[in-house]
Design a protein around this ligand. Sequence first.
Ligand code: ATP
Ligand code: MG
Length: 372
Amino acid sequence: MKLTQLALKNYRNYASVDVGFSDQINVLIGENAQGKTNLLEAIYVLALARSHRTSNDKELIRFNQDFARISGTVNKTIGNLALELVISQQGKKARVNHIEQPKLSQYLGNFNVILFAPEDLGIVKGSPAGRRRFIDMEFGQMSPKYLYNLAQYKAILKQRNAYLKQLRFKQAKDLVYLGVLTDQLAAYGAEIITARAKLLQEMAKFAAVIHGDITNGREVLSFDYQSQVAKEARSTDETAYAALSTLFEKYQQREIDQGTTLVGPHRDDVAFIVNENDVANFGSQGQQRTTALAVKLAEIDLMKQQTGEYPVLLLDDVLSELDDQRQTHLLKAIQNKVQTFITTTSLDGIAKEIIEAPAIFNVAAGQLTKEE
Ligand code: ATP
Ligand code: MG
């Protein structure tokens, strides 16, 4: 899919913009603090109805204004879609082809993007929470069901943790109610775990090919999905549910003593194994970067496999962080198929192949001008 046109009104430092894009590579060049990331963020928000930089939507509204509007035309194999998101003090309104979507879940999934920022290069070595967030963002875009299960799971987890605290401090003692919450948590948790197991396995295959390519076959990458639910139990919802239920029984007293939920997919992690070692602990910085790049690029293939369409790729300041060889691999992964937006302060240090053909936009003080 391609974002062919974008209009912004009162979005961050953009008062008003209406611009058409190339369906190949678009480079946004500008000095610091001119609005490059803001523009990528707007595209991201149009896709996911939330920002990757803030959970407070109101920050997206231009200072001293009442609302922000992002609208765009997305070209897909099924035709064009007009998407619109309006953020105001009252909340968010989403429209698809001018029809308001009462539920955000009906809006999501129409437009898929993958954002790659310098901090993603740290995904391998970063915290488990960061890796879970990464997995959930990507899988959530591919599967509305995953997103739904995750939202339910989080809501019940919150209730259950609150109730465990009450039990801990003897403000409550009804274990039947705990059982109800536990059962719901196990049911949603099981679906999340089976989905993660399946999608991580697919993603690992794509990542291994890309990684083999970058390392000229010298290194072998695999994923190790780490969940409290044993590998054998992750293939069906029923077995995962049974495994989780058993764990909950076993940990019940400890959970009450600690006043928090110790079992479930909110404790999952994934390790990246290169030549049989966990690259987070044993890999060099270069190996960790290569792994992160392969994992990110694998998302593109996974998205295509799962949704039938290539996503739009947003590269925020990331190109200058990669050496020529890694840039070349990135280019190979996107060429002629993935519409890409690249931000940079300068074209220095960017492989010539990338800067040869793109549409170039200059970004200065919330204004966008196309270089002819
Ligand atoms: P860099 O190269 O440093 O990453 P950038 O071009 O990516 O810079 P952005 O993050 O896009 O910069 O823009 C930052 C600017 O946007 C800041 O100067 C900030 O003051 C301004 N800004 C952020 N939020 C708002 C807002 N709600 N209203 C108006 N301006 C805003
Ligand atoms: Mg920036």
